[in-house]
Design a protein around this ligand. Structure first.
Ligand code: CTP
Length: 145
């Protein structure tokens, strides 16, 4: 049976750090893996980060759909409450980059250990790629503009 993996994020200015995470997810699930990505809405990003993403939701969805490691792309309509998306996808593993280890991922997503256990979902932090991020790309663009 396919191993279902889900990650949820903004994925603005789609970059090699994002790709590395998605490729690792695919490797982890083996030949029969199914990688789903939940994408945050523009308004949620504004509320959470205080500014709109550079790329619209539609553009971010399109980039993710073109990625060879991704099987399914969904809108995270629950915004800060990721429970509806987790219930919809019903993954075996919920995956996030290790930059979240210190940021209380469960509280910020309204998930809890109890919720994940009840739905048989494991939570896994994969290595964060330190050399690049959406924020650093934004700064790079500003510095050359
Ligand atoms: N991620 C990663 N390595 C990076 C950047 C992101 O593993 N260099 C992971 C994050 O941990 C998250 C997912 O990719 O699980 C989506 O991250 P996102 O916040 O969209 O990208 P960032 O580049 O981290 O954006 P920002 O700089 O705004 O925080």
């Amino acid at each position: 049976m396919a191993v279902k993996l889900l990650t949820i994020g903004t994925f603005d200015l789609f970059h090699p750090g994002h790709v590395a995470l998605l490729e690792r997810m695919c490797d982890l699930g083996g030949w029969d893996s199914r990688v789903s990505v939940g994408v945050n809405t523009d308004d949620f990003v504004l509320a959470y980060k205080g500014r709109y993403p550079v790329m619209t939701l539609v553009e971010r969805l399109e980039m993710l759909r073109s990625c060879r490691w991704v099987d399914e792309v969904l809108i995270n309509k629950g915004n800060a409450d990721c429970r509806p998306l987790v219930e919809e996808v019903a993954p075996d593993l919920l995956v996030v980059g290790s930059d979240w280890v210190e940021k209380d991922y469960l509280r910020q997503t309204k998930l809890s250990r109890e919720f994940l256990e009840r739905h048989n979902v494991g939570l896994l932090f994969l290595p964060y790629t330190a050399s690049i991020s959406t924020s650093s790309l934004r700064r790079r663009v500003e510095s050359v503009a």
